[in-house]
Ligand binder design. Structure first.
Ligand SMILES: [Zn+2]
Length: 64
């Protein structure tokens, strides 16, 4: 079953907060690349786990 959650992640390049829709039902850990809404740099989004219904997410620079 799909379970989409909205979380905010901080862009590792410009520091702005981006809103991301995370699918909690995905197999974790998962990572994908998403461009920052402001500086358009490729953020590597890592979803570690889902705790209390909220995904634990970190954004890193690509290739880091
Ligand atoms: Zn940015």
């Amino acid at each position: 079953m799909e379970c989409m959650k909205s979380v905010t992640v901080q862009c590792p390049y410009c520091g702005v907060l981006n809103e991301e829709m995370i699918d909690c039902s995905a197999e974790l850990p998962e990572e994908y690349v998403e461009d920052c809404e402001v500086c358009c740099s490729p953020m590597l989004i890592r979803i570690f786990s889902v705790e209390g219904g909220m995904p634990v997410v970190e954004a890193h620079r690509e290739n880091e």
